[in-house]
Design a binder for this molecule. Structure first.
Ligand code: AVJ
Length: 322
């Protein structure tokens, strides 16, 4: 393919993403209460802020999950078939998957992510470090059905969905995702899922209201992104970050709260805010081990093993197709 065709295809892909962003922003801000999908946090600035969040003293999930994967690597390996293909849904940093690859005898690794450039960089690094591993990246939105590469068709499949990303879904969406993963991975599959646990509200509150204000910046970045990419005119200093725990829904909710009556414009539309009105930007559901297992059963999986840290902050679940 010549350079012009490559460039045109890249621009088209870029335009598609921008169009979907514009549509989701207008749709979300037209609702009552106003909302925005959390997936738009992760542009370059947002991904960098999230990396910083994972290092905060108050933000326990990432380091706790890594500790569980490290400490329980042998246990996890013992329930995984030889020569399997590891399919990661939404492949970000490779830190977690490396822990699995070190402990378990996988023949292939299939990272699935919407960002192709990022995927290929990570894939090359892994090929260098695990020369016997066949790496087959798939560029796809992992929340919609996709086809696995031909090369892994006959291998046993192990799905991997770490980071409590499942917590961003409402429970019915989480069931739909697990059902779809079951369809994609097929009969006999195993699934390893990282899930944040319910705990003392004060611990949750601190994790999403860090003293350094990084989570606030992460939240506000979505408005900056609307201004940058869609030509919006949101006044950043007139919105404030709020994260609250809802006992009723077992979830942390992140909001951007308008500090005054104001209007913002984006994509030719005007959105009015009254003072104190919020945009719901993220839900981060917390599960008990039992509620997560019940949800997995509803989606056609049988809970096989669950590992937690000593402080019962985070859980890693092995599920098997029932
Ligand atoms: C990546 C969705 C698991 O919910 O804890 C971190 C995102 N939001 N701080 C989470 C997030 C605010 C994170 N997940």
């Amino acid at each position: 393919m010549n350079i012009h065709v490559a460039k045109r295809q890249r621009n088209n892909a870029h335009d598609d993403v921008r169009l979907a962003f514009a549509r989701d922003v207008v749709e979300g801000l037209s609702q009552q209460p106003k909302q925005l999908p959390p997936k738009y946090f992760y542009d370059e600035a947002g991904s960098h802020l999230f990396e910083q969040i994972t290092l905060l003293p108050e933000y326990y999930p990432t380091r706790t999950e890594l500790k569980i994967l490290r400490d329980r690597g042998t246990d996890i390996a013992s329930i995984i078939p030889q020569g399997a293909a590891l399919v990661e849904f939404g492949a970000g940093a490779t830190t977690k998957v490396r822990l699995l690859l070190q402990h378990c005898a996988f023949d292939a690794y299939v990272p699935v992510d919407i960002s192709g450039a990022f995927l290929n960089g990570q894939a090359d690094a892994l090929r260098g470090d695990f020369p016997n591993l066949a790496v087959h990246p798939v560029v796809a939105d992992f929340t919609t059905p996709f086809t696995l590469p031909e090369a892994v068709k006959d291998m046993p499949k192990v799905g991997f969905f770490p980071g409590s990303t499942i917590g961003n879904f409402d429970p019915d969406e989480a069931i739909a995702f697990l059902r779809s993963a079951r369809e994609i991975l097929g009969d006999g599959a195993t699934m390893i899922v990282g899930v944040d646990l319910e705990k003392d509200e004060r611990v949750l509150h601190a994790a999403y209201n860090d003293a350094a204000g990084i989570t606030a910046q992460f939240n506000e970045n979505v408005l900056q992104r609307i201004n940058r990419e869609l030509g919006g005119d949101f006044n950043l200093s007139a919105f404030t970050h709020r994260a609250i725990y809802s006992d009723e829904h077992h979830r942390i909710e992140m909001h951007l709260v308008s500090l005054e009556a104001q209007k913002a414009h984006v994509c030719g539309q005007t959105f009015s805010f009254h003072s104190g009105e919020s945009i719901h930007t993220e839900s981060s559901y917390k599960y008990s081990v039992e509620r997560l297992q019940a949800l997995a059963r509803d989606a056609g999986w049988t809970p096989q093993a669950t590992w937690t840290d000593e402080g019962k902050l985070f859980s890693v679940h092995a599920l098997r197709v029932s």
